[in-house]
Write a protein that binds this ligand. Structure first.
Ligand SMILES: *[C@@H]1O[C@H](CO)[C@@H](O)[C@H](O)[C@H]1NC(C)=O
Length: 447
């Protein structure tokens, strides 16, 4: 995943946040180049091809997913002071508590769960590779939040076996909350290998280290509602088939569930998979619709709302972050111990899967209306047929299993949740506040 840093600079990222800031930067550079040009020394064709060759060489050296872990380049870990920080962050402050390794800690769900655990007195160590899939400033800001709560985030990749082994040498984690992943449904068309790298290779690497750890930790990890794919039976229940994924993202998450089964079966690892349903809220992911709709509405840019064939609406079972945090913590609290040791199974271990949804799907057009209300700005809506690029028409979770076994009970509806999101958004982006102060009359004249 550290390779992603290099890739993402070159690839187009589908999030409106990033693709829109690019042309500006680009024109700035070309402008600078042009104004400098008359004074530049003419470059021969030979040196030009040398430069080209060297940059290609450099690019492929850093890009290649098969290149060995570049610890010296990507991460700077180890040493007595570093180990002290790791130990202190993972130390349980009030008993009984867990000592949890959270992967993807600088991510949206990762930050929220880490803070909630830490505040409760559990030990928490974060791990994140801070890749460039979306705005890294936001990830760094989340890291700031974590550090103020006492959570140290180790900068590294779940594919780095040496680093993971080291972490388990330093701390006997009781639990791993594995949230690191390549997310996003549509981005898989542009960068399929990053899904395989993070969601499959990275997950296997993590499980390998967990199975060899002594004691083995219990694992709770993020699967996805997307595993239900093109299913038409509603609501989605854990017992339903999940063998018709609509995207590579979904396929890698489904693969993760099968891989979890294997490691549970062979090594006695206790594993719980959580199928998240469109999690949203403050500090969310900028590649998600509610987030970039907010940005585009404030900037008076048209937003695209997809519709299903025959003008059918596209709906999502939006789940507020605080509810998901409670679900994650309940999964950790109810996880039984792994049964293996030294890489050997000693007896059957727990294997669970739960839907974490809101069980109340909302059409995307209603989501936009709620945003308009909270932002006090009218959206410019463009309705288009949904392209076949990985999205499904409908998601709706049956949460009775999570309710029964985890005590999971979502309490925030989309209206209340988006209100909290908008409040956060306007305070996080200082410029956004001015834009929301416009009144409807002015806007009606423009649109
Ligand atoms: C929801 O799932 C439970 C099993 O967890 C099942 O008994 C129930 O019938 C399902 N409800 C619906 C409406 O499908």
């Amino acid at each position: 995943m550290s390779q992603l840093k290099t890739i993402s600079i070159l690839d187009n990222i589908p999030s409106s946040t990033q693709s829109k800031s690019k042309p500006e930067k680009l024109s700035y550079y070309t402008h600078r180049c042009r104004s400098n040009f008359p004074f530049a020394i003419p470059i021969s064709k030979f040196s030009l091809s040398c430069i080209l060759f060297l940059s290609l060489l450099l690019f492929y050296t850093f890009k290649s997913p098969s290149s060995p872990p570049r610890r010296s380049l990507a991460v700077d870990w180890g040493g007595a002071a570093w180990e002290r920080r790791v130990r202190s962050s993972a130390r349980v402050r009030s008993r009984p508590g867990h000592s949890v390794l959270v992967t993807g800690a600088a991510g949206f769900v990762g930050m929220h769960v880490s803070i909630a655990l830490k505040r409760r007195g559990d030990g928490v160590l974060g791990l994140d590779n801070f890749n460039g899939y979306y705005d890294q400033t936001l990830k760094r800001a989340r890291q700031g939040m974590l550090e103020r709560t006492g959570v140290f985030v180790v900068e590294g990749d779940i594919n780095d076996k040496e680093l993971l082994k080291k972490l388990f040498d330093v701390v006997s984690f009781t639990h791993v909350l594995h949230l690191a992943a390549q997310a996003g449904v549509r981005y898989a068309i542009q960068n399929p290998s990053s899904y395989v790298h993070s969601n499959i290779a990275g997950f296997v690497n993590l499980l390998e280290v967990c199975k060899s750890a002594n004691p083995q930790p219990a694992i709770v990890w993020a699967s996805s509602s997307s595993v239900y794919g093109l299913n038409s039976k509603l609501p989605f229940s854990e017992k339903d088939r999940t063998d018709n994924p609509a995207s590579l993202y979904a396929a890698t998450k489904k693969a993760g569930e099968e891989i979890a089964h294997t490691y549970n079966h062979i090594y006695g690892l206790s594993i719980t998979g959580l199928r998240f349903f469109t999690v949203y809220g403050p500090w969310g992911r900028p590649d998600m619709a509610y987030y970039f709709f907010t940005k585009d509405i404030l900037n008076r840019r048209p937003i695209t709302i997809f519709e299903a064939p025959g003008h059918g609406s596209v709906a999502r079972d939006f789940t507020f972050i605080d509810d998901v945090v409670k679900g994650c913590i309940a999964a950790l609290d109810t996880a039984k111990k792994s049964t293996g040791s030294g890489g050997k199974k000693k007896g059957p271990a727990q294997l669970r899967i739960y839907n974490l949804g809101n069980t109340s799907p909302v059409p995307v057009s209603d989501l936009v209306s709620i945003l308009e209300k909270h932002l006090k700005v009218k959206a410019i809506r463009k309705v288009q047929p949904m392209p076949r690029n990985g999205d499904v028409r409908f998601t709706h979770a049956n949460i009775s299993l999570a309710q029964k076994e985890l005590g999971y009970k979502p309490t925030t509806d989309l209206e209340a949740g988006l209100k909290k999101f908008v409040r956060w958004y306007l305070s996080y982006y200082p410029d956004a506040k001015k834009k929301s102060a416009w009144d409807f009359e002015v806007l009606d004249c423009i649109s």
